[in-house]
Design a protein around this ligand. Sequence first.
Ligand code: ZN
Length: 154
Amino acid sequence: MEEGAGQVSHGSPHNGPIPDREILLAAARAAALAAYAPYSKFRVGAVVVCEDGRQFAGCNVENASYGLCLCAERNALSTAIAAGARRFTAVAVTCLDADPTLGPEGRSPCGACRQWLLELAPDATVHLDGVARPYTPRELLPLGFVLDRANQTA
Ligand SMILES: [Zn+2]
């Protein structure tokens, strides 16, 4: 199979073990280097791991019309969804330019991305660069909006 845009080249396909947190964070850092962030100068990278072992990376993409900016997490998820992925086991996010004096709030997904994670990757373990403990999407967004209760997983 031809490797798709945004797909990370390493990682074993088809039910391989979930990659180590540090490997995923390293891939997220590499993705962040491609960020288009001329306005905020805040580069973000994300990697999502599919149930079948495929990994997809995304970076933030800004725009002069600020409201059109796209976050790395939604970029990675969109790329994976477009490749046919539907279930995710892990997500890694890094903010290369985060203020080192800030805690998790300075390097964690925004509200919009939390809503995306809750709906698209509810069972994923979320690793944040610089934050020791992992999170679930439900922890990140306890009262996230659900339109279809039949599809609610938590
Ligand atoms: Zn976001």
